[in-house]
Design a protein around this ligand. Structure first.
Ligand SMILES: [Zn+2]
Length: 102
């Protein structure tokens, strides 16, 4: 007996640039779970104000990355900013944005 299979679409979002990819069943995806070097650089409080955290250790994290970000992640550290009171984190390449401002 054959079970009826529904086709489904999975949406994958790049953790760094927030680009989206929709992957239908059995199609291959280009956004891949990738081991990256990340460092937490601070957090945003409930008013969105950034608080810098120094001397955080370098961590290896698995992030869903698009092909462009994956290529960058080979040679660059990804900065993590967490959001106070949530489990959300914001990831960006250190050199891309002025995140390191005082
Ligand atoms: Zn990306």
């Amino acid at each position: 007996m054959m079970a009826t299979k529904k086709t489904y679409t999975v949406e994958i979002i790049c953790d760094v640039c927030k680009k989206r990819e929709s992957v239908r069943e059995r199609e291959s995806q280009s956004f891949i779970d990738t081991s990256c070097a990340t460092r937490k650089i601070g957090y945003a409080d409930e008013y969105g104000k950034f608080h810098k955290e120094d001397k955080q250790p370098l961590l290896v994290k698995n992030l869903d990355l698009c092909p462009e970000c994956r290529e960058k992640a080979y040679t660059k550290i990804i900065a993590e900013t967490s959001q106070m009171f949530t489990t959300e984190s914001y990831y960006s390449f250190l050199s891309d944005e002025g995140l390191m401002t005082k």
